[in-house]
Design a protein around this ligand. Sequence first.
Ligand SMILES: Cc1cc2nc3c(=O)[nH]c(=O)nc-3n(C[C@H](O)[C@H](O)[C@H](O)COP(=O)(O)O)c2cc1C
Length: 420
Amino acid sequence: MFTPQEMFSAFWVDCHRPFFQGKKIVVGITGSIAAFKAIDVIRGLKKCGAEVQAVVTPAGLKFVTEVTLAGLTGCPVVTSLWKSSAGSATQMNHIDLARWADLFVIIPATANSIAQLAQGRAPNVLMTEVLATRCPVVVCPAMNPAMWLHPATQANVTLLRSRGVTVLDAGTGTTACGDEGQGRLLEPWVIISELTQFFVMRSERPKKVLVSLGPTRSRLDPVRILTNRSSGKMGIAMVYALYKKGYDVTAVVGAVNGVQFPSEIRQISAPDTSLMAQVISEEIKQVDVFVSTAAVLDLEFSETFDRKLKKSHRIDVKFKPTVDILKSLGEQKLKSNKKFPLLVGFAAETEDFTNNARKKLIEKNLDAVFVNSVAGSDSGFEVDTNAGAWITPTTQEDMPRAEKSIIAEQLVQRIGALGA
Ligand SMILES: Cc1cc2nc3c(=O)[nH]c(=O)nc-3n(C[C@H](O)[C@H](O)[C@H](O)COP(=O)(O)O)c2cc1C
């Protein structure tokens, strides 16, 4: 996720906090018209619990003020080799932040600063800090498309990447100067999303997980669809929690708008039930675990129409059952004599939760089910919190109400305990 409106939502913060909580991040700002976007990145990181300090080039100070940055970071801003913003030079002003940082991000990075970094030049405090740091360095370029495509800039970017610096691609669109093309600074929520990769637990042979999420939909005519109230939030929280734990995640995203996971997560869009079934039957061959959080429609329109139906016709609309994706996988698992992925289901119930969930577990031959109530207003669809029970063939455990991101972490632990 997430779209601009959602960037600072409580749910967005819940999903990103586990990556950034307590992490020390230096944001270096250079002299680009896009420097204002660094402010939102700092705000977002702070909301997620990171400690942030800013270091700015002299040209950067033409675009953002020291007062704004000090106010947002809660720290003095480093602007000069010869003095801190408190007024006096510290003993090692030029490398203090380099030693402090867990991650060093230059937002935005001008063509000039990229060139300086590639050449190892240090004419200002940002460049001395970035040369002196041993932590990962991320460069977020921003410039006119011609400057970005210039062979000198491209050669500098290639050189930096070959040395292990993460240079994010410049975005495409209209730049501040009015030119069209590649060169824009990525949006703040995309930058934050990409920074998560530095705080993921890495294992040499990560297990592969497939997660389905969101509702599916059935199209009646060009105007009308059938869908359900699932927001996809539980699945989104599962994707982030699995990714954080070091799993290799593929997300099959149903009919949810605006979901954009970090680029290390494979994301496949499948808004229609039949497409979701097709994608899952293909992807399941590659994975160790399938986590089915999607609220797949169990009925769809028997017939679809190319033209908008008139009111009178709508009364005759008929439905047919959809393919039960999880059940057919459970049947395959039963017949299979090879190792089959773990199957984890989600059940949304309004009554008799655990009995209904256990029935689903047995009927569909699943390894575990998380059942949650969709009857109340503080769990299940749309809201940021959830509560329920974790059910396996031999166990049953209540999981009290908590943020979906916390429930997701607890579920990931339990999935791990099943041997995944
Ligand atoms: C209004 C304005 C906007 C600018 N925007 C950019 C930009 O987006 N990207 C860039 O590479 N240079 C841009 N420049 C040029 C840089 O500010 C200039 O190369 C400067 O020397 C960069 O210094 P620094 O890299 O030390 O911050 C801009 C200059 C002006 C006057």
